[in-house]
Design a protein around this ligand. Structure first.
Ligand code: SF4
Length: 374
């Protein structure tokens, strides 16, 4: 079992908070698509695990023409063993969505849509520099549902300095009213190299408040639990049966190929990072020179990665799994290093599983660092 992640590194506009790898210039578009096809062919010879999930992320994958999306999926189906019921996700900007494109995606086998809604307030979307309106998000979700897409997830962003608790509550209510089975929510973070960072540095904007973000997150969690969602990973909520298979596999250490500029992959032993530069990616693949770096994960790296990914899940970290995979010393380390967060009420044991409490969810990053083996 394995997956394929494809990074489509183009966006029509740069969101002010974003530090993902993308370009708003489409000059390299044809070259990137061609190189993605070559990269798929390159890795297919040595990749024998059946493909359970295909995920188009970015960037903005809905900038792909339906012809290019079709070419990529054809090569994947021709060169890899794709399971008949594979989950095929496409991240889509609401602005790109219209009924004929939805129909084309459906015919190509896309069966899960991820929409970057972020907010239902026009001024917040403008502030983020998103290129869609709140109304368009609602229409796009409805059009996708009418086109027969059941498996839809939307992204929301909380902790915006220009928002308020009342507005956030309205956002959450609007999201629930869309009747989608999955929702991801991310706190606004200020990353260097973003317009947001520079606005804050110049004093034009206040920094996001951690306290507000915390309160908004707790409101979201409780509202979604009441609406029948499971909180199955820190940033992810799903109705029963609608969890993301691709992300679930990623958190469980299932191997996946990372294709495209800036993509990361993992084959079970080695992590591979593609060059995050569109022109260089195209040129290196054309010249058949190496376009990626690799990192062989040590036992300690794997333990730390398990800690980081499993603690984020509702099921938490299984002590038995740690003992079987890493031995008694790591089991002892985990039990001892968890104690201080347990004493603060941030972690608890549920049987043999170490899980975050509701209070601990917001401190997960710091707790993870404490649990890691230095
Ligand atoms: S659409 Fe997504 S990837 Fe593109 S700039 Fe906005 S947040 Fe970043």
């Amino acid at each position: 079992m394995s997956g394929i992640y494809l990074h489509i590194p183009f966006c029509r506009r740069a969101c002010h908070y974003c530090d993902f790898h993308f370009s708003t210039s489409f000059k390299t578009y044809d070259g990137v698509v061609e190189s993605i096809l070559k990269e798929l062919e390159h890795w297919s010879a040595a990749w024998h695990a059946p493909i359970q999930t295909i995920y188009f992320g970015g960037g903005t994958p809905s900038t792909l023409t339906k012809e290019d999306l079709g070419k990529i999926l054809s090569v994947i189906r021709e060169k890899f063993e794709v399971e008949p019921a594979a989950e095929i996700t496409l991240e889509a900007n609401p602005e790109d969505i219209h009924p004929s494109l939805l129909q084309a995606w459906k015919e190509l086998g896309v069966n899960r849509l991820s929409m970057g809604v972020q907010s239902f307030f026009e001024d917040e979307l403008l502030w983020m520099n998103r290129n869609h309106s709140a109304e368009k998000s609602k229409t796009s979700v409805k059009q996708a549902q009418d086109a027969g897409f059941e498996n839809i997830t939307i992204d929301l962003m909380y902790g915006l300095p220009v928002s308020s608790s009342t507005r956030w509550q309205e956002n959450v209510e609007s999201a629930i009213a869309l009747n989608v089975p999955h929702l991801s929510a991310y706190a606004l973070t200020v990353e260097e190299r973003t317009a947001l960072y520079h606005q804050i540095k110049k004093g034009e904007l206040r920094e996001p408040s951690e306290e507000e973000a915390h309160d908004q997150f707790i409101f979201l969690r409780r509202a979604l639990l009441n609406a029948g969602f499971e909180h199955y990973e820190i940033s992810n909520f799903a109705k029963p049966g609608w969890r993301s298979v691709h992300n679930g596999n990623y958190w469980n250490g299932v191997p996946y190929l990372g294709i495209g500029p800036g993509a990361h992959g993992y084959d079970g032993d080695v992590r591979r990072m593609n060059i995050a530069n569109n022109a260089q990616y195209v040129n290196l693949i054309k010249r058949e020179e190496s376009w990626f770096e690799t990192e062989l994960l040590s036992v300690q790296d794997r333990f730390n990665e398990l800690t980081m990914t499993h603690l984020r899940k509702a099921e938490g970290i299984s002590l038995e799994e740690v003992q079987v995979r890493f031995g008694d010393d790591y089991k002892k380390h985990l039990m001892e290093s968890a104690q201080s967060a347990i004493d603060k009420g941030w972690l608890e044991w549920k049987g043999d599983r170490l899980t975050l409490t509701e209070d601990g969810i917001f401190f997960a990053d710091g707790i993870t660092v404490d649990l890691m083996e230095a």
